[in-house]
Design a protein around this ligand. Structure first.
Ligand code: NFE
Ligand code: MG
Length: 520
């Protein structure tokens, strides 16, 4: 019996510590710890409500557009204009947010997770003319391979030609990400932290030149997704197909849905969204409606005072308690009906699949046929990667159509007044999963604000019932071939695309060791 400690887990967003108790080469217990405090809930108090929209984007540089969207929906709701903004505003918001999804998913696969499977040393003797591969080889020539190493060794099994091609795609993917940022900036002004998505709609009315630029750029990215990203994911999944049987998380999957397709009086989880909301269980037989009142945030093992937590987000408070006994994370434990719940692209694709979305069904069935799998195999490491790649294609294809639905000369914005008192909620899916924000307004100021973000769901610590969070569950039971190289654990963790920046936020770097890895 020994404990594997991985601190920090590299090639993810933010700082995460994993402890896995291993006995006879099998993980028996696991702990995920978010080791930094976020604090947005604390310093938003007493501010102008509109500041929530500017501030919460700064939670994270990877998915700021997700927070822009959720906070904007929250303020729309508190200001009484949710579901009423002009169609141009709705579509522009979707296009800006879509750019962020494309960027985030391409980033996660090529620059974070793929290096768990792709062996960059295959480029060491490359002598061809591809400047992208030459640039990767120069890292090897100089003898310092970062960001490609250090890494866990022992299981690089792709044929050389796939390794070499994937290294070229690593560099191409950087260019694609730059392109998504440029596209977001057409209507958002800049990325990260756009200026385009605001309560009431969008700041810039569409013009034909901007629409054409968006349409053209999205089509370039679609070509990359169709010809490079999806084929690479399928090629890797075929070789590592045992990872369809590794890394199953919680038994329940949630999504709020994303990209409003209509303005309506329906609440945000009921109105028509491009990817639908829903709750399913791991039997993949049952799908039910999302009830936002079923959400609570447990703080039993989090460094927060219990009197502020274990409540619905609209009622809870954030009271830090860094010396709390038996706590091991700055993440709270969001639960749906009291159960640990996985969120993310896998949840979205499974919900859409079970809801009968034709395009999702045909893409998922195609991927399963290619790798020789069943839907249940998707509850795994490779399933999460496949779901993310399929979703990237779906969103990019749809964005090309949305751009053409914009109407030059028509408004993109609706004026509003800030009420003296009120409450609001904004829920949307973000690249990493279900994202919700809740506000209470009093005397025209923020009285209370709460964020429940995707990685908080996935990387949450145990709750009052002792139930481990989804990522903890996904590690427990995993066979570890070599305790000195626990590549199984990091592959599982990275398949969730965790972002600890969103879940917790750095306030202090004092005394943190940069890397600490111990096997005992
Ligand atoms: Ni910092 Fe985020 C996303 C949000 S958190 S990346 O996607 O919301 O998991
Ligand atoms: Mg919170």
């Amino acid at each position: 019996m020994g404990t594997i400690t991985i601190d920090p887990v590299t090639r993810i967003e933010g700082h995460l510590k994993i402890e896995a108790v291993v006995d006879s080469n099998e993980v028996k217990e696991a702990k995920c710890s978010g080791v930094m405090f976020r604090g947005f809930e604390v310093f938003l108090k007493g501010r102008d409500p509109r500041d929530a929209q500017r501030f919460t984007q700064r939670v994270c540089g990877v998915c700021p557009t997700a927070h822009a969207t959720a906070s904007t929906l929250t303020l729309d709701s508190a200001f009484g204009i949710d579901g009423k903004i002009p169609d141009n505003g709705r579509i522009l918001r979707n296009l800006m947010f879509g750019c962020n999804f494309l960027q985030s998913h391409i980033l996660h696969f090529y620059h974070l997770a793929a290096l768990d499977f792709v062996d960059v040393t295959a480029v060491a003797d490359y002598s061809g003319n591809d400047p992208d591969l030459q640039s990767v080889r120069r890292f090897i020539d100089r003898g310092h391979l970062a960001p490609f190493v250090p890494r866990y060794e022992g299981d690089y099994r792709l044929p050389k030609e796939i390794n070499v091609a994937a290294c070229a795609h690593y560099v191409q993917a950087l260019k694609m990400r730059r392109k998504t940022h440029e596209l977001l900036s057409i209507f958002g002004g800049k990325m990260p932290h756009n200026m385009g998505i605001v309560p009431g709609g969008a700041t810039l009315a569409p013009t034909t030149d901007k629409i054409a630029a968006m349409h053209h750029g999205v089509n370039e990215i679609r070509a990359f997704i169709d010809n490079v990203y999806l084929p690479d994911v399928i090629a890797i999944a075929k070789v590592y197909n045992d990872y369809f049987g590794i890394g199953k998380g919680a038994d329940q999957f949630l999504c709020y849905g994303v990209f409003d397709m209509e303005q309506s009086n329906e609440d945000q989880v009921t109105r028509k969204r491009f990817l639908p909301s829903g709750l399913i269980d791991s039997s993949l037989n049952n799908i039910s409606k999302v009830d936002l009142s079923a959400i609570t945030e447990d703080v039993t093992h989090s460094w927060y005072d219990d009197k502020g937590g274990n409540k619905h987000p609209s009622e809870e408070e954030t009271i830090p308690l860094p010396d709390k006994k038996d706590a091991y994370s700055w993440l709270k434990s969001p639960r749906y009906n009291g159960e640990p719940t996985e969120v993310g692209p896998l949840s979205r694709m499974l919900v859409a699949y079970l809801a009968g979305n034709k395009k999702v069904k045909s893409l998922v069935d195609y991927a399963l046929k290619e790798v020789g799998g069943q839907p249940a195999d998707l509850l795994s490491v490779c399933g999460r990667h496949a779901a993310r790649a399929i979703e990237t294609k779906l969103i990019a294809d749809a964005m090309s159509e949305w751009a053409m639905e914009l109407k030059p000369g028509e408004p993109a914005y609706l004026d509003y007044e800030i009420p003296e008192a009120g409450a609001g909620v904004g829920v949307t899916d973000a690249p990493r999963g279900a994202l919700g924000q809740w506000i209470e307004v009093k005397d025209h100021k923020i009285e209370n604000y709460q964020l429940v973000v995707p990685t908080t769901w996935n990387a949450s610590p145990k709750d009052s019932k002792g139930l481990p969070g989804p990522m903890e569950q996904s590690i427990i039971g995993t066979k570890i071939k070599d305790e000195a190289n626990p590549y199984e654990v990091v592959r599982i963790i990275r398949s969730f695309d965790p972002c600890l920046a969103c879940s917790v936020h750095a306030v202090d770097h004092k005394g943190r060791s940069i890397a600490n890895y111990a096997v005992s």
